[in-house]
Design a protein around this ligand. Structure first.
Ligand code: GAL
Length: 689
């Protein structure tokens, strides 16, 4: 067992493969920050508990699991939050048929409530049996029988089946002769922090990236996009980023990376939009169509397969990266494109289509198809990230597949396949393994559904309305056919007003949310996360799937259309305040909370300090936020409001902040650290008790 940093150890089993996530990791371990982290829970396993064999089928690892142990992690998981008692297959798949563990961004990393986390450094389709199996003889002490079983009933039949006996964690890593396993110590929160800091720390988006995004209709022309921007201004919708969908390219599926006839003068469009403070993000995928200007150049550095008639670049090779990077830098980033949506870099075995490549595909770097499926999403983020680094700018972009050690990449995962409840689960599960997830607003069943989805997305890592299927905003018409026909809903004005209110609320919270990202970067605390990270010792929160922390202090409890206007909310021990009504709740129990379709329940604990700005239409370089500080309850509390230019890239920088603090029952004090850039003007302090 080799010590990597405080509470992080590497265990080498057999002879590991060379090409693994750690081998390709671009960032260094943030050792200084890891040293500062406590280890408040002793690891429930020791080195001698980890057994392994190396054989024809690969590496097989097993370790003990207690009956009371709960498990989190494995990257993005859309079907379940607590992974105890489940088998997880770590295989990228864009259409998971059910709760198998497969999805857009599975990660071979889990966290146990027994005081440890385990990362298996592999791109292989590893299988984790989290207490689903026991080894021969381990039940030989069991003697209970069903004495009451006089007549058949299902209840009696299953009553003695026990889920919670002593169990095993079994990990199978196929096709390898060895593997490195990393052990992280601490409680759930500290393990997550250690993993993120080991990955290089969380990403720091530009502040504009946290504003409101709108993806336009796939068939929009340059004129349509400009008209849309004007309509948003007219309706005072604070849309910050417009996303262009496949129609901007002269060929898609696969990509030509050239503007189509619908966009005769993209540079003029960009200048016009810039004047309005609007940025452009471009849809694309990695598969290179023969008419792409760099097709011939990149051919030797691609796999021996095609997807949708396009080449699959081997981004494990510097040559392939450079060609892709140069082109993107010259053609797009230098001309003002603010980011990309990297679509379809996930795999699917369940589609009737030439998508994607087989697991046995060969790439010139030595990677095979299986490894590339696991790696391509993170490689692709690295490529686009490098383009923005070259330009000295930050980006905030979208990606449909990610994986291990990706915390420092400023990309948010998305997919249009899931229902609203699954979207909410994705927000908490992604936060366990250094990923961000967007519960995008799209395909709403009706106005109520639209409002519920808008409410959730405004309290997520990425406030995106994805209208790629409809030419008019969903608040004008939710029905796709009627929207295509240009028909407006009767109550469009009401929906427009409510959506605007929620968008403005998001804009008011930008400095608060940006500060949460800095805590992600510096300390590895995910900006959107499960309640377990805040209350690691409260057993009640272990199974909560539908409430989460947003930033330092807000517990968000979204409702879906199916929930109607009431839901249960669990508040841990202590005093809490309803963020909007300021009503006080004594926690340690579950409440039934009502919320009309234009309301979302949010709670903050006693001691919370929250800056709330006047909403702005867009974040420009010279935007100054006028803000009030809201102080809840009487307990002591602190809040660091980070304040830099929030746009330029400068990795060695000190991050200036104003620290607000308050002793119990006293007034708020503040102190400035570093050279803040005067973007925040504090107008007043409100105390809520
Ligand atoms: C999908 C993607 C959508 C949209 C669409 C355009 O795969 O998830 O958001 O971009 O492609 O064809």
């Amino acid at each position: 067992m080799e010590r990597i940093a405080k509470g992080i150890y590497r265990i080498r089993i057999g002879k590991p493969e060379q090409l693994t996530p750690v081998y390709f990791k671009e960032t260094s371990v943030r050792k200084a920050e890891i040293e500062q982290l406590p280890i408040s829970k002793k690891a429930g396993i020791q080195q001698e508990d980890i057994h392994f064999t190396v054989g024809n089928q690969g590496v097989h690892i097993n370790l003990p699991m207690q009956g009371t142990e709960d498990i989190y992690g494995f990257g993005l998981q859309l079907f379940s939050v607590n992974q105890a008692g489940l088998r997880r297959l770590i295989k990228v798949n864009s259409d998971p048929p059910c709760d198998t563990g497969e999805n857009h961004a599975p990660v071979p990393f889990y966290i146990s409530t027994s005081g440890y986390g385990l990362f298996v450094d592999t791109y292989r389709y590893a299988e984790f049996y989290m207490g689903t199996n026991t080894l021969r003889g381990s039940s030989s002490h069991m003697t209970r029988e069903n004495k009451k079983h006089e007549e058949f009933s299902e209840e009696a039949l299953y009553s003695l089946r026990r889920f919670k006996e002593e169990r095993e964690v079994i990990i199978d890593v196929p096709a390898v002769q060895g593997v490195d396993v990393y052990l992280f110590e601490g409680n759930v929160r500290e393990v997550v922090q250690r993993y993120n800091l080991f990955s290089g720390g969380g990403c720091v988006p530009p502040m504009w990236g946290l504003g409101i995004w709108y993806r336009t209709y796939g068939g929009s022309s340059q004129q349509d996009v400009l008209k849309m921007a004007e309509a948003f201004q007219y309706d005072q919708m604070p849309i910050e980023v417009l996303g262009l969908e496949p129609g901007w390219q002269s060929h898609t599926y696969s990509c030509s990376y050239k503007w189509s006839n619908l966009f005769p003068n993209p540079e003029i469009m960009l200048t016009e939009l810039q004047k309005k403070g609007i940025k452009i993000n471009l849809w694309e995928h990695a598969f290179v169509y023969p008419t792409a200007p760099f097709y011939n150049e990149i051919m030797p550095y691609c796999g021996d397969v095609e997807v949708w008639n396009g080449l699959v670049p081997d981004f494990a090779l510097p040559e392939a990266r450079e060609i892709f990077e140069d082109y993107h830098y010259r053609e797009f980033v230098e001309k003002g494109i603010a980011g990309f949506k990297l679509d379809e870099c996930d795999n699917s075995d369940y589609n009737q289509s030439n998508w994607s490549y087989r697991s046995s595909a060969q790439f010139p770097s030595g990677m095979d198809g299986e490894q590339m499926h696991s790696g391509i999403g993170v490689f692709y983020q690295g490529v686009i990230n490098a383009v923005y680094k070259r330009a000295g700018k930050r980006t905030y972009s979208q990606i449909r597949s990610s994986g291990a050690l990706a915390s420092s990449y400023p990309f948010v995962l998305y997919s249009d396949l899931y229902d609203h409840k699954q979207f909410v689960k994705g927000m908490t599960t992604s936060g366990f393994s250094g990923l961000l997830w967007c519960p995008e607003v799209r395909d709403c069943a009706d106005g109520k559904d639209l409002l519920r989805r808008i409410e959730t997305v405004m309290f997520s890592a990425h406030a995106l309305i994805n209208s790629w299927r409809i030419p008019n905003p969903p608040w004008k018409q939710v029905d796709i056919q009627k929207n295509l026909a240009g028909e407006e809903m009767m109550d469009a004005r009401y929906y427009t007003d409510v959506c605007r209110n929620f968008m403005n609320l998001r804009m008011q919270l930008l400095p608060y949310l940006y500060s949460a990202f800095l805590e992600y970067h510096l300390y590895g605390i995910p900006p959107v996360r499960s309640m377990i990270l805040e209350f690691p010792d409260d057993e009640q929160v272990r199974r909560i799937e539908d409430q989460y922390y947003f930033g330092k202090s807000m517990v968000v409890c979204p409702l879906t259309r199916e929930d109607g206007v009431e839901r249960e909310v669990y508040l841990p021990e202590g005093s809490w305040f309803h963020f909007f009504t300021k009503e006080r709740y004594e926690g340690g129990k579950t409440f039934r909370i009502s919320a009309d379709y234009n309301e979302i329940p949010i709670f903050v604990g006693d001691g919370a300090i929250i800056p709330l700005a006047q909403p702005v239409a867009a974040v420009r370089d010279d935007t100054v936020f006028d803000m009030d500080i809201h102080v809840f309850g009487r307990y002591a509390g602190t809040f660091r409001l980070y304040q830099d230019d929030a746009a330029e890239l400068n990795e060695s920088r000190e991050w200036p902040f104003v620290e607000f603090s308050r002793e119990r029952g006293e007034n708020l004090k503040y102190e400035t650290r570093g050279k803040t850039c005067g973007r925040y003007r504090i107008s007043g302090v409100n105390y809520w008790q």
